[in-house]
Structures are given as C-alpha cells and as structure tokens.
Design a protein around this ligand. Structure first.
Ligand SMILES: Nc1ncnc2c1ncn2[C@@H]1O[C@H](COP(=O)(O)OP(=O)(O)O)[C@@H](O)[C@H]1O
Ligand SMILES: [Mg+2]
Length: 282
C-alpha cells in the first residue's frame, strides 16, 4: 500500500513546531496541515484514518498523504489541547463525560475496520521472553489506546476529536475505556497525578467515564483484572521500548515512568475491589 504524495499549495508556508506530545520529535503545523515523521505503525494508522474518513467520523484528522520530506500529512484539527502544566479544566466532570462519549463514538466508527492484509500492527514492543501476559480476552476492535490529555482536542468545552493514532492496535473493547480512565480519572497512585487531578474521587470519575461510554456489565467486571495485567505488562514493555527505541521512550523511562506504573499496580491491588463495586453498582 503506497500512500499518495501530498500536493503542496503553490504558496510555501512556514513550519510551526507543535509541542506537547511525549514521543514524536518534529511534529509541525504547516498552514492547515500537520506534518509528522512516519512511525512504525503508519501502515495501520493510515488505513485506519482512511476508514474513519469513509464512514464520516468527524473526530479524527484526515490523512492527506506523504510530503516530499517523507512525513505524513494530516489535517490540522482546530481547538484546545491540554498541554503542560495541565490546565484546571482536565478535572471538569462534564469534560470527562465528553471524553467517554468521544471514545465510544470512535469505537463505533472503527467497528467495521479490519487490519488490512499484510499490515502488522507495529505499535508496541515485540514479544520478549519474560513479558507478562496480555489479558486473554479476544480483540474486538482496533483501539486508539492513547487517550492522554495531549491527544484529545476540545471545542466549546467538549472533547471533539482524537489525534495521535500511533498506538492503535486490535484490543478487547474494555481496554479503550480503561485507557481513558488511566489518563483522566486518573487510575493510579494519587501522588503521581498531575496537580489539577490530585485529590479527586477516582472511582467516581471512572464511573462517569464508564457511563458516558456505555460500558457493558461484562466489561465493568473485567476492568480491574485487565488493568492489573496491563500494568504489569506495560512496565515491561516501556522498559523494552526505552532500550530499543531510545528517544522520548528513554526519556520517559529515565523520568520514572516505570516506578509510576509499579505504584499504579499497587494502588489497584489496594483499591481494585472498591473500584469494581462503584463501576458495577446499579
Ligand atoms: N492533527 C492535529 N491537529 C491539531 N493539533 C495536532 C495534530 N496533531 C498533533 N497536534 C498537536 O501536536 C501535539 C503533538 O502531536 P502528537 O501527534 O500527539 O505527537 P506525540 O506522538 O509526540 O504525542 C499534540 O499534543 C497536539 O497539540
Ligand atoms: Mg500525542
């Protein structure tokens, strides 16, 4: 599958660096487009973005092709993205519910998409000996799986679009609202939460996300189990990505992401039963 070459407009436009992402170096805005280096998961991401365009999903950038410098060209999505330091509004419960709805809308829009033949989802770390097992629930859809505040564009105080599909991969549905909870509840040791998200009622915020998403009863009762398995596995794969890819991954590891994941696992061991009770209460 060869992506089309992007036809530049006649008037050259300046490149404006876009900050706020964790990993990708060299993301720039040019006119009403964004240019990003083509990552290892690009074959899947480009097909996925094309699918979202075909089904008319408004909450994602359009993929326009590859420019002369070999970068992917996406439409610039106007709106507000939480940078760092995090704004107070990341704690707002109406915004939180809108995140749950947007994740649900994406999961509905992606339901008819299958990984094209010959494309290998290349988001994560390769399977290595000693890697803790992934949850055994079968994949149901190609999840976005990176719902950080930096990857959601808000308009009029509501989550309006997703960006940064680099970690997209086939997952069980429960993994999608779980990923949103990790970043927005946030699910982890309160000491590790960004200041505006500290001291909040985490199970209550998970419940708001679950309800806005419309999680099934089955997925609600799977959530804690999957969260613990994911924490164990992501400690291992974050370390591996830091070793194999360096760059932003190594920086995150050096900044203590591994310890944060361990503290999240410990928090889940202490609070999992209470969380599950809140999620499954009538
Ligand atoms: N299509 C887009 N429309 C608007 N802003 C974007 C778009 N793509 C990226 N950005 C901005 O650039 C930042 C970094 O880009 P992102 O694709 O998330 O890279 P990273 O992999 O580093 O997280 C985002 O947090 C967002 O603010
Ligand atoms: Mg990002």
């Amino acid at each position: 599958m060869h992506p089309v070459t992007y036809a530049e407009p006649a008037e050259p436009q300046p490149e404006i660096p876009l900050l706020g992402g964790d990993v990708t170096e060299g993301v720039v805005r040019v006119g009403d487009t964004v240019r990003r280096p083509v990552g290892p998961n690009a074959p899947l991401v480009h097909a996925l973005l094309r699918h979202l365009e075909e089904v008319g999903f408004a909450g994602a950038p359009r993929f326009l092709g590859v420019d002369a410098a070999g970068r992917e060209v996406l439409t610039f999505v106007p709106g507000e993205v939480a940078g760092r330091p995090r704004p107070e509004w990341v704690a707002d419960e109406d915004r939180l519910a809108s995140v749950g709805r947007l994740v649900r809308d994406y999961d509905e829009a992606v339901a008819g998409f299958t990984v094209p033949e010959g494309v290998r989802p290349g988001a994560g770390a390769s399977e290595r000996p000693g890697m803790p097992p992934a949850p055994h629930y079968p994949a149901e859809l190609v999840g976005h799986m990176d719902y950080t505040p930096d990857n959601i564009v808000f308009r009029d105080g509501r989550a309006a679009a997703l960006i940064d599909f680099d970690l997209a991969k086939p997952v069980a549905r429960v993994e999608e609202p779980l990923n949103a909870m990790l970043h927005w509840a946030p699910l982890g040791d309160p000491a590790d939460a960004d200041p505006p998200l500290r001291g909040l009622d985490v199970p209550r915020r998970c419940r708001i996300l679950a309800d806005a998403y419309g999680m099934s009863g089955t997925d609600r009762s799977r959530l804690v189990e999957v969260a613990v398995l994911r924490a164990r596995r992501s400690w291992f794969s974050m370390r591996q990505l830091a070793e194999e890819r360096g760059g932003g991954w190594a920086r995150m590891w050096d900044e203590g992401v591994g310890d944060r994941i361990k503290r999240r696992e410990a928090w889940l061991e202490r609070n999992g039963a209470a969380l599950e009770a809140v999620l499954t209460a009538p």
